[in-house]
Ligand binder design. Structure first.
Ligand SMILES: Nc1ncnc2c1ncn2[C@@H]1O[C@H](COP(=O)(O)OP(=O)(O)OP(=O)(O)O)[C@@H](O)[C@H]1O
Length: 257
């Protein structure tokens, strides 16, 4: 497939005797929202861990813009625009919503200790202003601006999930891996999330890979859906093709989706 920003080829991950992933290949193009679905234990989160660098795969490779990044650290990947959210929330609960987005931009400069702080104080202040202004912009886009001064640890789960998404956007991503972002969200929050993801892909050209158990949400948002089962790709195609696939219905969707 041409124009793929992210490509994973032949990814294999073993946990002792368990083959969590076995030769999984998948690519996502700029501006595309691709769904990744499958039953519990299918290997979705393990795949995200391999792509984001949290777990080195036993086999296969990960390419960003055609460049092999399999040996790169998670931080290196994040710096180069490959970001993710986690199934379990990872916000800084004792920071405000805004500060959660400001610290997510910290790698853009900083470091160097006290001497560097004194010498470069004006430029640091202007960087800090730029980060806060970017945080405000993203919070507005995500419908979170009114919550900007609230401590993240006090937010109900749906809002906290949206803050996690906003934090992944604080420094504009080129590839975004979303791990069950809609879990615990109300219908209105899911709508807001769908708007944010559509705009991110459509206007900013981000490649989005979405793991989500809410199948209706995935089918509505994604042009293409990949189905994992027992660590392998069971099917892929448009939502209609995937829904109609008998193997997918047997393994995951049942007869109601
Ligand atoms: N750290 C680990 N140690 C041992 N086995 C693991 C580990 N992490 C995952 N597994 C196993 O790997 C397989 C894939 O798990 P994974 O969490 O990636 O699936 P998933 O599709 O994300 O599931 P869910 O939808 O429940 O989040 C499962 O059999 C799981 O038990």
């Amino acid at each position: 497939m041409t124009g793929e920003v992210l490509r994973a080829d032949g990814i294999g991950v073993r946990f002792g005797g368990v083959r969590a992933l076995d030769g999984v290949g998948l690519g996502v193009r700029a501006g595309e929202v691709c769904g990744l679905i499958g039953p519990n234990g299918a290997g979705k989160t393990t795949f995200f861990d391999a792509v984001s660098g949290i777990r080195r795969p036993d086999e296969g490779r990960v390419l960003l813009d055609g460049r092999d990044i399999t040996g790169r650290s998670p931080v290196w990947r994040a710096r180069h625009g490959l970001r993710r959210t986690f199934q379990r929330q990872q916000l800084f609960g004792q920071l405000t919503v805004t500060d959660n987005l400001v610290v997510a931009q910290e790698w853009d400069g900083g470091g160097g200790g006290l001497a560097a702080d004194l010498v470069s104080a004006p430029s640091r202040r202007s960087r800090e202003r730029a980060r806060r202004s970017r945080a405000d912009q993203v919070l507005r886009q995500c419908g979170l601006y009114d919550l900007r001064s609230v401590y993240a640890g006090t937010l109900p789960v749906g809002q906290a999930r949206m803050v996690e998404v906003a934090r992944a956007l604080a420094d504009p991503p080129r590839v975004l891996l979303l791990d069950e972002p809609a879990s615990g969200m109300s219908g209105a929050e899911r709508e807001q999330l769908a708007d944010v993801v559509r705009r991110l892909a459509g206007q900013e050209g981000c490649a989005v890979l979405l793991v989500e158990h809410n199948v209706a949400f995935v089918m509505e948002l994604c042009a293409r859906v990949v189905v994992l089962d027992l660590g392998t790709v069971l099917a892929q195609g448009s939502p209609a093709q995937v829904r109609a696939d008998p193997a997918v219905r047997d393994a995951y969707l049942g007869t109601t989706a």
